[in-house]
Each structure stands twice: as structure tokens, then as C-alpha cells.
Write a protein that binds this ligand. Structure first.
Ligand SMILES: *Cc1c(COP(=O)(O)O)cnc(C)c1O
Length: 222
């Protein structure tokens, strides 16, 4: 099936309140243009350099999401245009995003990445670390960022019960934060679910799914 067919099938199968981020990492501009030409405008990349290169040559009404692990010294390259940074997992990174956003006179939306998987390879903070950051004095000084929710990645496993347990952890963490009233913390997004598990994620309360291979086909990393 074509990219267009895949995209339309997924879009027609998910509820309206769920946002689809089409994960275009490793894929050429021509593939992304095919998706764009169906009317889709939200794309996710996991390497800042690749995202910048694509941003430069592609239509400017695309919303670019950074879904990968972010190195602090590279934030400056995307600060002028990135629309949501999913993988924020420490306070120093928030400070750097704030500093770069200020330079561009913008407010950059971020998600805090929570470690929900049992695998050591996955990044993220513990729920209590995130809670401490959000409620700290120094967080309230960051006027050029807005934390709009949480992101998580489940363990890569066929064990659905395990995955549901992890998604439920992200949802309950989100719910426990919802009552906090802080000007730069406005939680509305739960980013969870990929090609293999987005249906489960939606059933567990996801409001934003990040789907790559089910749209663009398998990735070739060579
Ligand atoms: C690659 C990636 C995805 C998409 O993965 P698929 O299995 O191809 O849908 C989603 N989220 C993150 C953080 C990724 O790195």
C-alpha cells in the first residue's frame, strides 16, 4: 500500500481527539511530500540535523516534532521552528530550550519524557522527578517554555499486559499532575503509542501517537 493509503487508513481508524505524528525519520523528502500532499502537516524526526535539513527545503506550514533524545548543545539549531519537543528528560535541557526560545522571542512547547519501560535503554525521568521539577521555583522562572504534557515509550515486547501496565503508568502520572496550577505547565497531551502499539495506547488514554513504519514502510538505516 502507498504512503497515502496507509496514512488515510490510520487517520480514519483513530478518534478525533488523537493527534497523529507521522514519524518520517530516515525517510526522504519525496516520501514526506507524498504524505504532505494528502493534507497531513505534522511530522516527527529523531535527529535534529535531519529535521533542520528537511525543514529548510519543505513547506513552512509543517509542524515539526522532535521525538528523539535531545542533546543540549543542539537545541539552538531547531529553536527557531520546532513546534513540540517530546523527549525532555532533565532540567538542564529545559533551561537550554528556554534560553534558545528567548533568543527567538518564542515559547517552545515541550513534553516531559517519563521512563515507563523496564528496558534500561529507554530514556526518561521517574514520575516523582518530573513532579519535583514542575513544582520547583526555578521551573517557574522559565518563561519561554511551556510543558504541555508527558511522553513515554513502552517496552518493545509482545506481552500486551506489560505494555498496558506501562501506558497506564503514564496516564496515571498525567492525571496526578493535572490539578497543578503553574503558568508554564499546561498538561493536555499524552504522547504514547507507535506503529506496533498505538491502538493499545489510545485505549489507555493516549492523545498523541507517533507512527512511522506503518505509514512510510520499514526503515533502512544504512
Ligand atoms: C521511531 C520512533 C517512533 C515510530 O516508530 P514506528 O515503530 O516506526 O512507528 C515513535 N516514537 C519514537 C520516539 C521513535 O523514535
Amino acid at each position: 500500500m502507498s504512503i497515502t493509503d496507509n496514512l488515510q487508513n490510520i487517520k480514519s481508524s483513530i478518534p478525533k481527539h488523537v493527534t497523529l505524528v507521522a514519524v518520517s525519520k530516515t525517510k526522504p523528502v519525496s516520501d514526506i511530500m507524498e504524505a504532505y500532499n494528502t493534507g497531513h502537516k505534522i511530522f516527527g524526526e529523531n535527529k535534529i540535523q535531519d529535521m533542520v535539513e528537511k525543514y529548510e527545503v519543505m513547506p513552512k506550514d509543517i509542524e515539526w516534532h522532535m521525538i528523539g533524545h535531545v542533546q543540549r548543545n543542539k537545541v539552538k539549531y531547531m529553536a527557531s521552528f520546532v513546534s513540540l519537543i517530546h523527549g525532555v528528560d532533565n532540567f538542564k535541557l529545559l533551561q537550554e530550550i528556554n534560553k534558545q526560545a528567548l533568543k527567538h522571542d518564542r515559547i517552545i512547547n515541550c513534553l516531559l519524557q517519563i521512563k515507563i519501560a523496564s528496558e534500561d535503554s529507554k530514556f526518561g525521568m521517574r514520575p516523582n522527578e518530573a513532579s519535583e521539577i514542575i513544582q520547583s521555583e526555578k521551573f517557574s522562572e522559565l518563561k519561554n517554555i511551556r510543558v504541555v504534557g508527558l511522553m513515554g515509550m513502552a517496552t518493545f515486547t509482545q506481552d500486551k499486559e506489560q505494555v498496558v501496565k506501562e501506558f497506564n503508568l503514564l496516564k496515571s502520572t498525567f492525571d496526578s499532575f493535572k490539578k497543578l496550577e503553574i503558568f508554564n505547565f499546561k498538561p493536555k497531551t499524552i504522547s504514547m503509542g507507535m506503529s506496533g502499539d498505538y491502538k493499545l495506547a489510545i485505549a489507555c488514554g493516549s492523545t498523541m501517537i507517533r507512527v512511522g513504519s506503518s505509514i512510510f514502510g520499514v526503515r533502512n538505516y544504512n
